[in-house]
Design a protein around this ligand. Structure first.
Ligand SMILES: Nc1nc2c(ncn2[C@@H]2O[C@H](COP(=O)(O)OP(=O)(O)O)[C@@H](O)[C@H]2O)c(=O)[nH]1
Ligand SMILES: [Mg+2]
Length: 251
């Protein structure tokens, strides 16, 4: 199905030298098949392996590919902020740079854009240790409670946003809190959020550090700071009833 969307697709990458090329080539195959106007942005988040170098080679080889580098490493939140800032197309999609998602499934999100402003996928069969699943369940419940949302998997790195949202919000999180922050600020501004299930795969390369206790504690601490900040700074706007994509120049 060819999509009438012009779209930026980015991956946050920290030491993903083994998989970044295959992931980018896959993204090129999928997007060349479904879109007439897209860009792929590899966000090298201060990697200490060859991720940055490989990203530059891919950007030289393919006109649709851009490589941007954070120096030093800014953390997951910092990498996503960079991706959202760099994205130049009316629609912005991101997924992790570690191959734990299948980019072919991006097509499942598009039909929901007829009814919602944002589509946030959830992992159908999360391929992580039990402790991570329990932690994620509690985290999602807490964030939903605090921000009046009903999301199934806040941190699922498979989301599409209208780019204009990032002109309206100021992102502050450098940690794994970034997903909750963007969704909570969007909801507060009246954006509607649709959900759909996508598959999740075990990491085949590189090291997973999303679960280390320091990362988790920092996110919980920041969550309450964020809650206060959003209530103080972001004006509540009624949810815009689902509407066809705005004329943001034919998204
Ligand atoms: N953990 C971590 N991942 C980062 C960082 N910057 C970018 N990433 C990327 O963020 C994605 C998710 O990280 P990962 O450790 O796999 O988290 P998990 O899948 O939630 O356990 C991967 O593609 C990483 O390469 C960082 O500073 N720390
Ligand atoms: Mg991962």
């Amino acid at each position: 199905m060819r999509i009438p969307l012009s779209i930026s697709v980015f991956f946050p990458c920290y030491n993903e030298e083994i998989i970044v090329e295959a992931l980018t080539e896959k993204a090129l195959r999928v997007l060349r098949r479904i879109s007439d106007d897209f860009e792929i942005i590899i966000v090298d988040d201060g990697s200490t392996d060859r991720t940055g170098e490989i990203a530059d080679v891919l950007a030289d080889r393919h006109p649709e590919v851009r490589a941007v580098h954070n120096h030093p490493n800014l953390g997951y939140g910092g990498a996503l902020q960079r991706g959202f800032r760099e994205a130049g197309k009316p629609w912005v999609f991101y997924t992790d740079g570690d191959g734990q998602f299948d980019l072919e499934e991006i097509e499942k999100l598009f039909p929901l854009l007829d009814r919602y402003d944002i589509v946030s996928a959830y992992r159908l069969n999360r391929q992580d240790p039990l402790i991570r699943k329990v932690n994620a369940f509690c985290w999602t419940m807490l964030v939903n409670l605090l921000f009046g949302m009903r999301l199934r998997d806040i941190d699922c790195a498979f989301k599409i946003y209208p780019g204009k949202l990032f002109d309206e919000i100021e992102m502050k999180s450098r940690s794994a809190l970034i997903d909750a922050e963007v969704l909570a600020r969007a909801k507060r501004l009246g954006y509607t959020i649709g959900q759909i299930g996508v598959h999740h795969y075990p990491r085949t390369a590189g090291e997973q550090t999303g679960a280390n206790i320091r990362v988790i504690l920092r996110a919980f601490k920041e969550l309450f700071v964020l809650h206060k900040d959003i209530r103080r700074t972001t004006p509540r706007r009624e949810a815009v009833t689902s509407q066809p994509p705005k004329a943001r120049d034919q998204l």
